[in-house]
Design a binder for this molecule. Structure first.
Ligand code: IFM
Length: 450
């Protein structure tokens, strides 16, 4: 390990690990949990690579206390998790489920009792199916349902949280869920995609306003997945393509959030496909100031006008997802955001890699993952050095889990999960991260904290 990496972070920089409800909880119908769109989608033949589902996952719902001890054993400051909306509000409206609320209360209190900050995400994709049956995120009605849900959670848990996040990766929900059908609810409709993007952003802004009006003092924000876009060559056509891809993947969300307007390309498309979608006042609501921004970074995007760039031929290592390992892209992305927008404190809310992790004699020697984490943490340090207001970093993921359409074959965890026995084993990367965080916590650095 580059020995002085830990010295490059301020003492109160937040180090954490992250998961999401559907990917780890299991207990798909326990205590009256309602159906989510992912419960439904997993039943579609061919939707999930290994034909698996989230019914058991990591059985976290039944192993809460030992999993809390597991998190504590890593010595991290923070744990990022999500609430399964259909668990606490089975129909997405009206009746609340007391047993499920009590579960999340135990989770939050259990973290705090162990000195770990709870970072809660309200929507990590598992929309109640009952709302999908009424149009889901394509419908403006879901926006109000989400605001009610956010308020209900705030009233129950709000004062005990470190941060509150509205949505995780709206681009993924919109595009993978509604444009190419890879993810739940499996639609293939560009008009629906634009509606979903707008309603997610609007519900985010309205929720922030409603929470503030309700007295919520917890820092509130949103988490976006982003990849910097590079042209494959200096050819003007490739540069134009990279610019267009960047607008369609990143600025579609960041421009309205920070500038209160859609990029022209997106505005034109909305005008063509659904001219009444954006109502007066919507964009001002979406631009409600954020207290924090979460950035999920995994890889870069390389654009070529003729589609000739192939990730396999770039010469860079690939993860088990087939994603290029490119740590400098994280610094570039953060500097780009910093140059374009007035940023609130930024946390890397997800970063990590899926690698093949054979267990040998009860150990997992995942040098690839340790390397990935170390180089990306160094990329964050570089952004910090250049003035980006960085506040924290969270590894994706605490443990191996249900990787959506890829099922259980892709392992992102720093903790290995044996799905047959549910045994958890710290991989070498977990030992490395634990030691690294311990060094960070032990030293005080001259750098001023955000
Ligand atoms: O597992 C996902 C997570 O749910 C959202 N961000 C990307 C991760 C890896 O694909």
């Amino acid at each position: 390990m580059k020995t002085d990496l830990h010295r490059q972070f301020p003492a109160n920089f937040t180090w954490g690990v992250a998961t999401s409800a559907f990917q780890i909880e299991g207990a798909a119908t326990a205590d009256g949990k309602g159906e989510s769109i992912w419960d439904r989608f997993c039943r579609v033949p061919g939707a999930i690579a290994d034909a698996s589902d989230g019914d058991r996952a990591c059985d976290h719902y039944n192993r809460l206390d030992s999993d809390l001890d597991l998190i504590a054993s890593l010595g991290v400051d923070a744990y990022r998790f999500s609430i399964a909306w259909p668990r606490v509000q089975p129909l997405g409206a009206g009746e609340w489920n007391e047993a499920s609320l009590a579960f999340y209360e135990r989770l939050v209190d259990g973290l705090r009792a162990r000195g770990i900050q709870p970072h809660l995400t309200l929507n990590h994709w598992d929309l109640p199916q009952a709302l999908q049956d009424r149009g889901g995120w394509t419908s403006r009605e879901t926006v109000q349902r989400f605001v009610d849900y956010a308020l209900g959670i705030h009233r129950r848990l709000g004062d005990r949280l470190a941060t509150l996040t509205t949505h995780n990766e709206p681009w993924v929900i919109a595009v993978l869920g509604h444009e190419n059908g890879y993810f739940a609810p499996g639609l293939k409709d560009r008009r629906a995609t634009l509606q979903v993007g707008h309603h997610l952003l609007l519900s985010h802004g309205l929720a922030l306003q409603a929470l503030r009006a309700d007295g919520c003092r917890v820092p509130k924000g949103i988490v976006l997945n982003m990849a910097p876009a590079y042209p494959a060559t200096d050819a003007p056509a490739d540069i134009a393509r990279a610019n267009l891809d960047d607008i369609r993947a990143r600025r579609w969300f960041t421009d309205p959030l920070f500038l209160g307007r859609y990029p022209q390309v997106i505005a034109d498309e909305i005008q063509a496909l659904d001219p009444t979608l954006v109502r007066p006042g919507d964009l001002a609501t979406i631009a409600t100031p954020l207290d924090h921004l979460g950035v999920n970074y995994y890889t870069r995007h390389v654009a070529s006008a003729d589609g000739s760039f192939k990730v396999e031929s770039s010469g860079l290592p690939l993860t088990d997802m087939g994603w290029e390992v490119y740590a400098p892209g994280l610094t570039d992305l953060l500097l780009q955001l910093h140059a374009q927008y007035p940023l609130p404190p930024v946390t890397i809310t997800e970063n990590g890699g899926a690698f093949k992790d054979p267990v040998t004699d009860g150990q997992v020697h995942d040098a690839d993952r340790t390397d990935y984490l170390r180089t990306h943490i160094a990329a964050v340090a570089e952004a910090l050095r250049q003035g980006v207001p960085m506040a924290g970093y969270m590894v994706w993921s605490l443990m191996d889990n249900f990787e959506w359409a890829s099922g259980y074959a892709k392992r992102f965890g720093i903790v290995h999960v044996d799905y047959a026995t549910q045994q958890r084993t710290l991989k070498d990367s977990a030992h490395w991260y634990r030691d690294f965080v311990a060094r960070c916590r032990a030293q005080r650095c001259a750098t001023t904290a955000i």
